[in-house]
Design a protein around this ligand. Structure first.
Ligand code: PMP
Length: 463
């Protein structure tokens, strides 16, 4: 079917996630038809380097026949059965065991979900249930961070700190507070603050909030090791040690959202390992199956698991697709491949450091105020070359740069004027060179567009 026919049907019937429906209808969507390795192909025959691994999830890259085979075999054997009502099946049991072996030692149980959002809904119900079982039902407040993303369900939106999401959909789940994010470039740098002092100040904000709410009312703190959707925000080195020190002074659960950072993104199996955190609960999804099928879960630490098991009775919570056998079989095979091929170690020791060197060099570009990366996640902060300050957001420089990237054969996402990459973990050095070259060209094109003040010509330059 020709692209324009797909676009017409798309416009007529399909409401896309995180999309201005009307604007997209007018523009028409790009139709992606197939993919292999680190490349996606659109219906027009363009081959595009996927610098975002889909949506931060295709860790093993596209086209892995082993995952196709795992799904096919499992579909033939047992396409569906649930694990309600005292039943289970081998794929989910095996996956639970594998996850607990790979996770830090004190995490020995898992609750399966269909997505990261459902994982965070589970987290919210579980932490409040835990404290109720401990005889402290008043401990209900959960503290998250501004600009955090924890999903799109009502609990996910409430735990997250995205102002644009909070503004839609009516009242949120009560008793969720937010504290400042450790985003030095945006919040520390303009004030001329030293990054490490800024990191400590952000941790202090958590302590202030705990005291304000009263420790006896606070159930948990939730955060990503590195904030992904918020802008690939890598906290200053001082931040996590200072947060750990705060948490050590209070009896509050730590929830580390590993939906993006888990499964090798930061060069360890979990971001918690990189930052030496001991989470009580760890929501996971995305890279768990390399995005081939939808599956998520919550890894549960011994302290919470023992209470839920020994004192809890029935936990009235679960999803039709919790531990879906086909998704579990694919996730299991995905983890086996990540292990057998040493993918995570390669991110830490080889390809992560390689990306870091090449990425950092983009700071020499006049549009780039900061280039940061850790493992295989990275961000560029776009700034006005004249002033070194951020552009007026309404100019849409980040969106322009993103569109120019796409037109030049690279998927790089924009969050405001922050450009983000999170490529498949199997990306080669030559493919990183290609990514950098394409990013450089898109930056040059963005700069050229900005330099040309005649609107007519600017429109001509648009892809
Ligand atoms: N937590 C984090 C940190 C995420 O990045 C996301 C998705 N981008 C989610 C939760 C929600 O996951 P899902 O889209 O699978 O519901």
């Amino acid at each position: 079917m020709p692209t324009r026919d797909y676009q017409a049907l798309d416009r007529a019937h399909y409401l896309h996630p995180f999309t201005d429906f009307k604007a997209l209808g007018e523009e028409g969507s790009r139709i992606i038809e197939r993919a292999e390795g680190v490349y996606i192909h659109d219906a027009e025959g363009n081959r595009i380097l996927d610098g975002m691994a889909g949506l931060w999830c295709v860790n093993l890259g596209y086209g892995r026949e082993e995952l196709v085979a795992a799904a096919t075999e499992q579909m033939r054997q047992l396409p569906y059965y649930n694990s309600f009502f005292k039943t289970a099946h081998p794929p989910a049991i095996r996956l639970a065991e594998t996850l607990c072996r790979l996770a830090p030692a004190h995490l020995n149980h898992v609750f399966f979900t269909g997505s990261g959002s459902e994982a965070n809904d589970t987290v919210l119900r579980m932490v409040r249930r835990y404290w109720a079982l401990k005889g402290r039902p008043e401990k209900q407040w959960v503290i998250g961070r501004h600009n955090a993303y924890h999903g799109s369900t009502v609990a996910g939106v409430s735990l997250g700190g995205m102002a644009s999401m909070h503004a839609q959909g009516g009242p949120r789940v009560p008793k969720i507070a937010h504290v400042r994010q450790p985003y030095w470039f945006q919040e520390g740098r303009p004030a001329g603050q030293d990054p490490e002092a800024f990191g400590r100040e952000c941790a202090l904000a958590l302590e202030v909030k705990i005291q304000e709410l009263g420790e006896e009312q606070v159930a948990a703190f939730i955060a990503e090791p590195v904030q992904g959707a918020g802008g690939a925000i890598i906290p200053p080195a001082s931040y996590w040690p200072a947060v750990k020190a705060v948490l050590a002074r209070y009896d509050i659960l730590l929830v580390v959202d590993e939906v993006i950072c888990g499964f090798g993104r930061l060069g360890e199996w979990f971001g918690s390992v990189h930052y030496d955190l001991e989470p009580d609960l760890m929501p996971i999804a995305k890279g768990l199956s390399s995005g081939y099928l939808p599956i998520g879960g919550v890894l549960v630490g011994d302290r919470v698991a023992e209470t839920l098991i020994e004192e809890g009775g029935e936990f009235f919570h679960g999803f039709t697709y919790s531990g879906h056998p086909v998704c579990a079989a694919v996730a299991q095979r995905n983890l086996e491949l990540l292990e057998a091929e040493g993918v995570v170690e390669r991110v830490r020791d080889e390809i992560g450091p390689y990306l870091a060197r090449r990425w950092k060099a983009l700071e020499a570009h006049p549009l780039v105020g900061e280039a940061r990366s850790l493992g295989l996640i990275g961000a560029l902060e776009l700034v006005d070359p004249e002033s070194g300050e951020r552009f007026d957001e309404s100019l849409g420089v980040g969106t322009l740069c993103r569109d120019l990237c796409f037109a030049g054969g690279l998927v790089m996402r924009s969050v405001g004027d922050t450009m983000i990459i999170s490529p498949p973990l199997v990306i080669s050095p030559a493919e990183i060179d290609e990514l950098i070259e394409k990013a450089h060209r898109a930056l040059d094109a963005t700069l050229a567009w900005l330099a040309d003040t005649t609107t007519d010509h600017q429109e001509e330059c648009l892809p």
